[in-house]
Design a protein around this ligand. Structure first.
Ligand code: BGC
Length: 730
């Protein structure tokens, strides 16, 4: 048997053996990925000139094309079949921003695991997830696909997602290959306009945008996607500094880089390449190993090698990395979908139950002045709004192979929940985006007959995600007017929001007594929302992003700098607005509960530490209400005086914990000093000597306990260092 076909041989030997047998065209073929299965692509597959396909789904189609690659091509190299399995494959979970609101990495990990298991059973072995882009601008629609604004929360979630998709072993039939995207700083698009220019300092790049990628790499992510945007003058898909120096040299990434969709071809539009040959050369030199859909590498690389413009060694390096992953995935041994397994596990009870749990945990109670939870035996309930009975929106963007028919809407959830004697009246009121108020009359009339009105308002699922930037952050169309019209009736109102980004809902926040942030919660939306509305589940999610009062405040995020003139309402010449508050509508980390938590007895030990030490930060967390509930306790630090300006607060630890009524626990955060490292004036990554403030609380603005500690000397640390803050609960 040829060495490369022998599973008992070590992977590096198999790669070497296979590479030796390949022609230049076959090597280049491995670096090409295509989306549609046209006749031409099928021919290329049979000739062994395609490495990967995306968006080819369905067991028969997948197995057929895989068979062509294996049986018809000269060397029989299996295809790597990829798909955007973002928040579920067929069992659809909450969108990533909602999952981040759980502040529970175990949930994120299990969601990814289930998605991987389902996808892999149907022959999909690669997902273009997790998206780990930090987003500080809610105009950018892709904020929905990530974990929000914070590099620490984002890193913990990136780690969990990669572990979930890839498992402990890529060759496990339940595992699929993950892809951390979009490298890098794609979320920094100017004006929040998708694909737009990004211009950020090296410090912001490394301290804000890079950490979640670092976490993904240290979790073992097999692939990275190079982004569409240009960064400080060089497109991310042709950027040697970020793709070779930072990614490979500094962070030690060993997997392969795939371009985003035709990002190599787009180097021409960026204006750094005159034609496809320039584009291919720039991308390959920078370290892009696979060309997604562009068909640029296939058309150019042979000529570029023959003319001596690029050394064949660069191609060999890329192909080795791709083959290595194919071997690691066990594709040579197990290339096909498994219909029997698929039938058994896809949308099975275990998966659907977990979709419910994830959905409940994702919900954030933004405001509650005595209205929630509702009684199940109310006489009449009005359910109003364009999203109340919508089966598509709750799937959010990138809902993979999810089926809207499987979605339980909020209206259905409520009907199933209440007592048979309760009348549930429904009126749509208006469309998500329209100018007509014709439906208002019915909405107002059912509200008048009811004990409470539940208004389900927000965005369509496709109003966030890719190419879904918004210039306004208000509720679209006439939805706010609908809320106002129902408000005029005087009936108590609960607003349930469905949206893929923070919305500026100032009037609602000021006038409506109860607001539930439901994001897009996937298949189990209605059940999860009804559980929360009627108190069968006590909400405990927290915002992973800041809600602005108005779009004019954007970008607005909790970990901002202090400035030389921090806002002072009494002093005009300080950093604020003359026509709007400088504070957010709802801060990062905010989220209420039906019970109340108290924080006490903060202890920080030791008070003086050396770099390399661990600081123990402990306090007592108590549920002082009479319902069981979840609290996310949050740890923030601030270096008051440093060699460079530092954020006013930085999240460095958190834990979601369930407490019974009257129960109290001692929570201990073990903060590694490495978490304090930042880039100093010389751009060295250091733990800097000095005093650090410690803040523990229930949100970034609701700080309950403060203390401090001192680091006694300065020390440089490796940029590869990543130690999360562990939590002990006693
Ligand atoms: C998106 C990526 C996605 C890819 C493949 C691109 O347009 O930016 O996030 O993975 O398409 O579908």
């Amino acid at each position: 048997m040829e060495i490369y076909k022998d599973p008992s041989q070590p992977i590096n030997k198999r790669v070497e053996d296979l590479l030796k047998r390949m022609t230049l065209d076959e090597k280049i073929g491995q670096m090409c990925q295509y989306s549609s299965l046209t006749k031409k692509i099928k021919e290329l597959v049979k000739k062994g000139l395609v490495g990967s396909l995306l968006n080819v789904t369905g067991i028969d189609k997948v197995n057929e094309i895989q068979k062509a690659a294996i049986e018809d091509s000269r060397l029989g190299i299996p295809l790597l079949l990829g798909l955007d399995v973002i928040h579920g494959y067929k069992t659809i979970f909450p969108i990533p921003l909602a999952l981040a609101s759980t502040w529970d990495p175990q949930v994120v990990r299990k969601v990814a695991r289930i998605a991987a298991r389902e996808a892999s059973s149907e022959g999909i072995k690669w997902t273009f997830a997790p998206m780990v882009d930090i987003a500080r601008d809610p105009r950018w629609g892709r904020i929905a696909e990530g974990a929000g604004e914070d590099p620490y929360l984002g890193s913990v979630i990136a780690w969990a997602a990669v572990k979930g998709f890839q498992g402990d072993d890529l060759s496990d039939p339940d595992s699929i290959l993950a892809c951390a995207k979009h490298y890098i700083a794609y979320g920094g698009a100017e004006g929040g306009r998708d694909y737009n220019t990004v211009d950020v300092s090296d410090r912001t790049l490394r301290e804000i945008y890079l950490p979640p990628f670092k976490a993904a790499i240290l979790a073992g992510v097999g692939t990275i996607m190079s982004a569409f945007n240009d960064l400080n003058g060089v497109p991310a898909s042709a950027n040697e500094y970020t793709l070779r120096k930072i990614l490979r040299e500094e962070l030690g990434f060993k997997g392969f880089v795939v371009s985003d969709w035709n990002a190599i071809g787009e180097l021409i539009n960026h204006g750094i390449a005159g034609d496809i040959y320039d584009a291919a050369r720039e991308a390959l030199k920078a370290g892009v190993d696979m060309d997604m859909q562009g068909d640029i590498y296939r058309r150019t690389l042979r000529k570029l090698v023959e003319e001596g413009i690029i050394p064949e060694r660069l191609i060999d390096d890329a192909v080795k990395r791709i083959l290595e992953i194919k071997f690691k995935l066990g594709l040579f041994e197990n290339p096909y979908a498994n219909p029997e397994k698929a039938r058994k596990i896809i949308k099975c009870k275990e998966h659907l139950d977990f979709a419910l749990e994830a959905a409940r945990k994702s919900i954030v109670l933004l405001k509650n002045e005595g209205v929630l939870p509702l009684r199940k035996d109310l006489k009449t309930i009005a359910v109003i709004g364009p999203l109340a009975d919508d089966k598509v929106a709750p799937l959010g963007s990138w809902y993979c192979l999810g089926d809207p028919k499987d979605v339980i809407t909020v209206l259905e959830g409520i009907r199933n929940k209440v007592s048979p004697k309760t009348k549930v009246l429904y009126a749509k009121g208006c469309d998500i985006e329209c100018s007509s108020k014709e439906g208002f009359e019915k909405a107002v009339s059912i509200a008048k007959q009811s004990d409470v009105a539940i208004l389900v308002v927000g965005e369509r699922g496709d109003m966030s995600g890719e190419a879904a930037s918004r210039a306004y952050l208000d509720l679209p169309g006439v939805q706010e007017d609908l809320v106002k019209a129902v408000y005029e009736t005087g009936v108590p109102i609960v607003v349930v929001l469905m949206n893929g980004r923070p919305l500026s809902i100032k009037w609602i926040a000021e006038h409506i007594p109860a607001i539930v942030e439901a994001w897009f919660l996937g298949l189990q939306t209605g059940r999860a929302v009804a559980d929360v509305l009627f108190g069968d589940y006590n909400p405990g999610g927290k915002l992973p992003v800041t809600f602005p009062r108005t779009v004019g405040q954007v970008p607005i995020y909790y970990n901002h700098k202090n400035t030389g003139r921090p806002p002072d309402p009494k002093n005009r010449f300080t950093s604020k607005y003359i026509d709007e508050d400088y504070k957010p509508l709802f801060p990062f980390g905010h989220g209420l509960s039906y019970t109340t938590f108290s924080y006490s007895d903060l202890e920080v030990k030791p008070r003086n530490v050396e770099p390399g030490d661990v600081i123990l930060i402990s306090f007592t967390l108590a549920n002082i209400g009479d319902r069981e509930g979840d609290e996310v306790a949050q740890l923030y630090i601030r270096k008051a005086v440093a060699s460079v300006t530092r954020p006013v607060k930085e999240l460095k630890g958190f834990v979601r914990i369930t407490l019974k009524p009257r129960e109290k626990r001692r929570v201990i955060f073990k903060l590694p000093t490495e978490q304090l490292a930042f880039y100093n004036r010389e751009m060295k990554f250091v733990i800097e000597a000095g005093t650090y403030h410690v803040m523990v609380g229930s949100s970034s603005q609701d700080i309950r306990l403060v203390s401090e500690f001192k680091v006694t000397s300065t020390k440089e640390v490796s940029p590869r260092t990543l130690k999360f803050t562990e939590t002990i609960i006693k």
